[in-house]
Design a protein around this ligand. Structure first.
Ligand SMILES: [Zn+2]
Ligand SMILES: [Zn+2]
Length: 458
């Protein structure tokens, strides 16, 4: 008996969490928080777990939309056993403490939503069990009623450091949860390797970019070319460039790209500004560089000359000392560094803002990226409209599979059934239609929070 129940992150991106019941053993795949929502609303629907056994949590990677609600789950169900790759555990220690500070500053507690302490995080992180890529782990929950155990294997998902696709095997049945997956190389990460994953019964497939035309997304190489050209225009005119980035993944990839582009003389030599948690995560990328598959293995991020963004109090400094500023958050949420810089940037005619990754609709970053120089934008509900005087350029530098690669994952793993998750409606629609057209025998499900799917083989 195998049942699948999405608690969050099914038909949108945020609060990814999927419950599996396999012969009485309860497993949660990911435990994310919604980056745009607040309080209880931002958590997966944990109330759906009421009366269901839960023994294990497997975390695919350390982005907040996959791990951010883990402390809230542990408040409710303290006995669960958590597994991740060693790299995800290391990153989680940094990012969960950082998230605790942000939550404490921005949120009020409500019934059923108590902000966790740093002590709770210390205990939680210490309790995470680690599993290397391609190491098989057998488990049985307290109420497991089948003689055969469940086997779990992590495969490198190529998305960020430590990211895993998770293979779950039980009684000849194979389920693959992709987590966030990227088949293409970035500057540091090598694309996912699924060559050892064959003949899957159920594929639980992310769909972030399924709704986006791949020509628009470009490739890492074509984006670098376009980025170099646009950046050179601004830098030659004495302008500075603000790049809102996720602290985890995109910061390290962009830093490496910018450094290598400058080294080969394509990109104008300029100051690079970084700081905060992004810099701490960069040192984990350095420390793990011989332990995981990666490109540019000799490149150490700490050896790239960087100025500390947090030492600059008066932003007029950037007029005299222009450069490229890598600041989180990637979607420019109010209260974060990239948002604080935004106010000043919007007033500077020679400056530029470069978007480089996924942006949720309604976020300040999304609003900026869907406007152009000269437009007037209202960034948040309570702010007055502001004119955009600086240049605005949109890039993607994809760290998720493009739509054709998602179809390739279906081809490689030849599943009997596909459950689409982690994407907006248009992504579910595009991917669903392609799969139904090309693979007539595949049973297709578009995951919805609270809708249970029976994964038994007929
Ligand atoms: Zn991710
Ligand atoms: Zn994600």
């Amino acid at each position: 008996m195998i049942k699948f129940l999405p608690l969050g992150g099914a038909d949108d991106i945020g609060a990814s969490s999927f419950y599996l019941n396999i012969s009485g053993t309860g497993i949660l795949l990911d435990c994310g928080i919604h980056p745009r929502k607040k309080g209880l609303d931002s958590l997966p629907k944990f109330e759906l777990l009421k009366d269901l056994p839960l023994d294990y949590v497997f975390i695919s990677h350390a982005h907040q939309d996959h791990i951010g609600s883990l402390p809230f789950l542990i408040q409710r169900i303290p006995h669960v056993i958590i597994f991740s790759t060693p790299q995800t555990k290391e990153i989680a220690e940094l990012t969960l403490h950082n998230a605790a500070n942000i939550l404490a500053n921005s949120l009020n507690e409500e019934n059923g939503f108590r902000i966790y302490t740093h002590d709770e995080i210390d205990l939680l992180v210490r309790s995470i069990c680690t599993m290397e890529y391609e190491e098989i782990f057998s488990l049985k929950g307290l109420r497991h009623f089948s003689p055969s155990p469940i086997n779990i294997t992590f495969y490198d998902a190529g998305h960020i450091l430590g990211a895993a696709a998770i293979l779950i095997e039980h009684n000849e049945q194979k389920i693959l949860y992709t987590g966030d997956i990227n088949l293409s190389n970035q500057t540091i990460m090598t694309g996912a390797d699924l060559s050892k994953v064959k003949k899957i019964d159920t594929l639980i497939l992310e769909s972030t970019y399924a709704g986006t035309d791949s020509v628009k997304l470009g490739t890492w190489q074509s984006e670098q070319k376009r980025f170099t050209w646009e950046a050179n225009q601004i830098l030659r005119n004495g302008g500075a460039i603000l790049i809102p980035v996720f602290a985890l993944g995109k910061t390290q990839e962009l830093l490496a790209s910018i450094h290598l582009l400058m080294k080969k003389g394509a990109l104008t030599e300029t100051n690079i500004y970084t700081g905060g948690i992004g810099k701490e995560i960069s040192s984990l990328y350095d420390r793990n560089r011989y332990l995981v598959r990666r490109k540019n293995i000799e490149l150490e991020l700490r050896e790239i000359a960087q100025n500390n963004l947090f030492e600059i109090e008066d932003y007029n400094y950037f007029k005299k000392n222009p450069g490229i500023v890598l600041a989180s958050s990637g979607m420019m949420f109010e209260g974060t560094t990239s948002f604080r810089l935004l106010d000043f940037w919007l007033r500077q005619e020679s400056f530029g803002i470069f978007g480089v990754g996924y942006m949720d609709s309604e976020t300040p970053g999304y609003k900026i990226m869907n406007s152009k120089r000269g437009d007037v934008v209202q960034l948040t509900e309570f702010r007055s409209p502001q004119k955009i005087n600086c240049h605005v350029k949109r890039f993607y530098f994809p760290s998720h599979s493009k739509r054709e690669e998602l179809i390739k994952i279906v081809a490689i793993t030849s599943p009997k059934r596909v459950v689409i998750v982690h994407g907006e409606n248009q992504s579910h629609d595009w991917l669903g239609l392609q799969i139904l057209t090309s693979y007539k025998k595949i049973k297709l499900y578009s995951a919805q929070v609270g809708n249970q799917i029976n994964l038994n083989i007929d």
